[in-house]
Design a protein around this ligand. Structure first.
Ligand code: TXE
Length: 525
């Protein structure tokens, strides 16, 4: 991605990283555009939340239909900006978008359902006193979505459609590497009847437009990206106490037990390690294999990886691996391999730029003998590089898997599902899959997110909706009693009655009947 200035205006010139041909160019917005965008978003949101459920449902289902009828066009933009193969753009980006759209539409009524609160021990006293509580969820307002380039539709769209279903407006700041996909997405949504300014896209660098959004008066920031920028997002958001959801990096472990189906596990490991050329936060990055099957696994994994075809995967549907996003990423991969070798690793296959292809292609790389404490095992490598190591016991496998500052996703492979679940529950990652990997991002009803360096908060699922709505608590008192015993004026009698009530209500040797009588007596006056 380059930028240029024409007649005082900054443009992003987007090159297809798989062909090095110019793919498109777009004018950047300015940081000073943010306040007006926010004002327009607030107005649009106030109208959107007043629409009836049916009116909103019509818009949301028309948008879903529009995505489906624009798959080819959307895929073209995704591939042109990222260099990923067409089948992958459809199977990952677009599928994730449609899954989130379906889920958001299905949940739009549920999200705002009022729910009575069970007051627990106080339920009966409160009932006697004519009091009750309930939650009335409400939208939070305007959500800023700052998104990465690796899934330029799947990530911002799924977060946007959930925010809309929760009654909010959205301002998206897409990665400067993939501005055109966000613009295309908004175009498709608008044609389907999206109300004006309910979703806006601001084009520009993170440092300028992104930063202006962080320090603006938005009601939540949903950030997906690197840990370094995630920390800045949190720092900037703290100025206005803006809540943030941070979807950051990953270094996902894959634990392969000796009773795993090796054919299936190795096929999954190839896809899990090299999908999107390894530029996926939940790609398999660390494979831990039981020592008794390590050689077998490695041989199968290596041979299946060597069969992968690399290149520009728009016309040639047999291409599995596209390019990296840019030249810097390519150089970074070379640096990672060099560092890994210096720290004791051996390159089993790959390890260098693909010399036969124009474009930013790095060969799928398998590292072995990587020390557990080396950078290759501990640091995020956002490209087609995976390490394969062995373990001698299940306890050791869990310890190795959890010995990492990232904790986004992970997988456990075994024929014994009971053991698989036990081990999966011991892995620190936010999502752990037994005998599969990665694809739960396409199950929008399931939560997405992690902990540690992978960030916090959840997108998708009911936990995602909880971050896009406010649990508005309403407590109702029928006013049966003239006053409450803890109101003014205080007196020795009041404090004695209150202590008596608390003793009866909470003490081991207390009596709830006695407590209720005491409460009634105190409140009757
Ligand atoms: O991130 P960057 P990228 C992670 C992945 C990797 C990173 C790759 O693990 O670490 O994302 O994406 C904007 N103020 N995930 O390179 O550079 C920038 O313009 C405000 C995790 O895009 O952090 C872009 O829009 N904004 C994820 C966005 O931040 C700023 C799945 C991300 O940019 C900014 C996918 C600033 N100062 C990728 N600087 C998951 N966990 O689900 C940059 N930006």
């Amino acid at each position: 991605m380059q930028s240029s200035t024409e007649a005082g205006e900054e443009y992003i010139i987007k090159t297809n990283p798989a062909t090095l041909e110019e793919f498109g160019r777009i004018k950047c917005d300015h940081p000073e555009d943010v306040p007006a965008a926010l004002q327009a978003a607030r107005l649009a949101q106030s109208k959107w939340m007043k629409l009836s459920y049916d009116e909103k449902a019509v818009v949301m289902s028309n948008i879903q239909e529009a995505i489906i009828s624009n798959i080819e066009d959307l895929a073209r933009t995704i591939c042109g900006e990222t260099g990923k193969p067409k089948s992958e753009a459809i199977a990952t980006d677009i599928f994730a978008a449609l899954s989130a759209g379906e889920y958001a539409n299905d949940m739009m009524l549920e999200v705002f359902k009022k729910s009575k609160i069970d007051l627990g021990d106080m339920a009966f006293p409160m009932k006697l006193a004519g009091r009750s509580s309930y939650i009335a969820p409400r939208p939070i307002g305007v959500v800023a979505i700052i998104s990465p380039w690796n899934y330029p539709l799947g990530i911002p769209y799924s977060q946007t459609i959930m925010a809309l279903a929760a009654g909010n407006a959205v301002i998206i700041k897409p990665s400067s590497e993939t501005p055109l996909t966000a613009v295309k997405m908004l175009e498709v949504m608008k044609k389907a009847g999206l109300p004006d300014n309910l979703v806006q896209v601001l084009i520009g660098s993170g440092r300028t437009v992104g930063d202006a959004l962080l320090t603006s008066d938005v009601d939540r920031i949903v950030f997906t990206g690197s840990g370094s920028v995630g920390r800045r997002v949190m720092a900037q958001a703290s100025q206005r106490l803006t809540p943030v959801t941070l979807e950051l990096g990953g270094k996902d472990p894959m634990i392969v037990l000796k009773d795993a189906d090796l054919e299936r596990a190795t096929s999954a490991a190839v896809w899990g390690s090299f999908v999107n050329s390894g530029q996926t936060c939940v790609c398999v990055k660390r494979i831990y294999v039981d020592e008794t099957i390590y050689e077998q696994f490695l041989e199968l994994f290596k041979n299946k990886t060597l069969m992968l075809k690399q290149g520009w995967g728009w016309d040639d549907q047999e291409i599995s691996l596209g390019s990296l996003i840019n030249e810097a990423a390519l150089n970074e991969m070379e640096m990672h391999v060099e560092k890994a070798v210096n720290e004791g690793a051996k390159v089993l296959i790959g390890g260098k730029k693909n010399p036969n292809l124009k474009g930013y292609y790095f060969e799928p790389t398998i590292l072995v003998d990587t020390p557990q404490n080396s950078a290759a095992v501990q640091e995020e490598i956002f490209g087609p590089i995976v390490t394969v190591m062995k373990f001698s016991s299940e306890e050791e496998a869990i310890a190795l898997a959890n010995d990492n500052k990232y904790a986004l996703a992970g997988s456990v492979w075994t024929a014994n599902l009971i053991k698989g679940k036990v081990l999966a529950e011991l892995v620190s990652s936010g999502t752990v899959v037994v005998n599969n990997l990665l694809y739960t991002y396409g199950l929008a009803a399931t939560p997405w997110g992690g902990n540690g360096e992978s960030g916090f908060g959840r997108t998708h699922g009911k936990f995602g909706f909880e971050e896009l709505t406010e649990p508005h608590h309403i407590h109702v008192d029928k006013g049966k009693y003239p006053e409450d015993p803890w109101w003014f004026p205080y007196s020795p009698e009041k404090s004695e009655s209150l202590s008596g009530f608390m003793h009866s209500f909470y003490a081991q040797d207390g009596s709830s009947i006695k407590a209720l009588l005491q409460l009634h007596k105190m409140m009757r006056k």
